[in-house]
Design a protein around this ligand. Structure first.
Ligand SMILES: [Zn+2]
Length: 441
């Protein structure tokens, strides 16, 4: 076995406890997996391996657990509208005009943007799956693609929910064994699908061991009709009753409007949560109860949500917002430590997906890594190891991301994405967005 040894000023693997290895070593084998992590003084002898010395702080690549990346095509549209009007008046009419080629360029632009910010894995719910996959293959990113299943005006062009589920099942079989792209199911929400569809998706996904990624309790009244049809049961109770949670890997996005009983139910079924504090604040949907969720034992990761409701793909911002909102909500500055906030975006995200091959710099996991530039005022002073983590969370940001690797492959070099021509993708998205918005028709 040969590979590459990376020696950095400091390495924070993001394991169960805060560890700072300084100088730290990450050995990456030629297959793109991590072979060894530790301090330089303890490193095993590997005379045949290439050695790269990097100035900076090496971390696991960030894991974005809820996104609709091709909405780069709609970024900023409908600014200031409440969610229901924003969807009905702006987003859905425009999405009806989005073609496969648009999705390719929208996804490619987003994928390059995500990588440049150090986000190496993204969980996607959108449509035109083949173009999504082509864009992710081109960018070199890692993706859990959960094609959307929706029954709503404009979606007839993708067939009924049965056809949508069949298509995803076939896609899952076709991509079986893919090292970077995992296929799951994206039933949009309980309010956008009939009950038989939800139950059927739960069953198919269980058979395949596939992720079920759905919106849950994003806004206060979105589930009212569903509840009314079920004698006042909460939406989580309805989904549990339909068997969607039984034996499944379920990822619930937003999870804002949930009672203690709902949180207990999610915990009992080991349902994971994609916490999206930026999107929830921007659309005034509410603030998810992060600390009670963690206390209940829920697996929680962080999501940017789509770039039309955030409006960027900067997961560092979500790390800060998660900590800020949790502290405000609890009236307690110790409610979520800087390290706990950082690990929500790394180890926590991986755990929320049920993935033990990403999210931590540890032997056997993929070498998805981010190098932050320490030669910046934001990292001065460092008087103790934990200062590196505090600075990374509070005063560093995406602007300090220097190099990014996915499975050991360098995809961002010195702040520039080397796999995506962002200028070209930007021009393509600009032209497509104008057409989609109805300009020049
Ligand atoms: Zn969403």
């Amino acid at each position: 076995m040969t590979g590459t040894r990376y020696v950095a000023d400091a390495v924070v693997p993001c394991g169960d406890v805060l560890t700072v290895l300084a100088p730290g070593v990450v050995d990456v084998d030629d297959g793109g997996r991590i072979a060894w992590v530790g301090t330089e003084s303890d490193a095993p002898d590997r005379p045949d391996w290439t050695v790269h010395r990097r100035a900076g702080l090496l971390l696991p690549g960030l894991v974005n657990v809820h996104c609709h990346s091709p909405m780069t095509l709609l970024r900023g549209q409908g600014e200031g509208l409440p969610l229901s009007r924003w969807l009905a008046e702006v987003i859905w009419p425009r999405e009806a005009r989005i073609g496969p080629d648009d999705v390719y360029w929208g996804m490619l632009l987003a994928s390059g943007e995500l990588l440049r910010y150090g986000v190496t894995t993204t969980v996607e719910m959108y449509f035109h799956d083949e173009e999504m996959i082509a864009a992710v293959e081109a960018s070199g990113a890692r993706c859990v693609l959960t094609p959307g299943v929706v029954v709503a005006p404009g979606w007839e062009r993708f067939g009924g929910w049965e056809q949508q589920v069949e298509r995803i099942t076939a896609l899952h079989a076709a991509r079986n064994g893919d090292q970077r792209i995992e296929i799951g199911f994206g039933p949009h929400s309980a309010y956008a699908l009939p009950e038989p569809a939800l139950a059927a998706i739960g069953e198919v996904a269980r058979d395949l061991g596939a992720l079920v990624h759905t919106h849950l309790a994003e806004t206060e009244h979105e589930g009212d009709e569903v509840s009314a049809r079920h004698g006042g049961a909460s939406v989580p109770e309805v989904l549990a009753g339909l068997g969607v949670f039984d034996g499944n890997r379920v990822l619930a996005a937003h999870a804002v409007w949930l009672s203690d009983a709902d949180l207990g139910l999610l915990a009992r079924h080991d349902v994971a949560v994609a916490h999206c504090p930026g999107s929830n604040a921007k659309l005034a949907s509410g603030n998810a109860r992060l600390v009670p969720m963690l206390r209940a034992g829920l697996r929680v990761g962080l999501g940017t949500d789509g770039p039309a409701s955030n409006d960027d793909l900067d997961l560092w911002e979500e790390v800060r917002l998660a900590a800020l909102f949790a502290r405000l909500e609890e009236h307690d500055p110790t409610a979520l430590s800087a390290y706990d906030a950082l690990t929500l975006a790394t180890r926590g995200g991986a755990a929320a997906l049920g993935r033990d091959d990403i999210g931590v710099l540890a032997p056997g996991r993929w070498a998805d890594m981010v190098l932050l530039d320490l030669a910046d005022p934001g990292f001065v002073p460092v008087l103790a190891d934990r200062d590196l983590v505090a600075h990374a969370v509070w005063s560093a940001s995406r602007r300090l991301v220097r190099d990014v690797w996915v499975a050991g492959r360098l995809v961002v070099r010195d702040g520039e994405c080397s796999t995506v021509d962002l200028a070209e993708a930007g021009h393509r998205v600009q032209a497509a967005a104008a057409r989609i918005a109805g300009q020049g028709l």
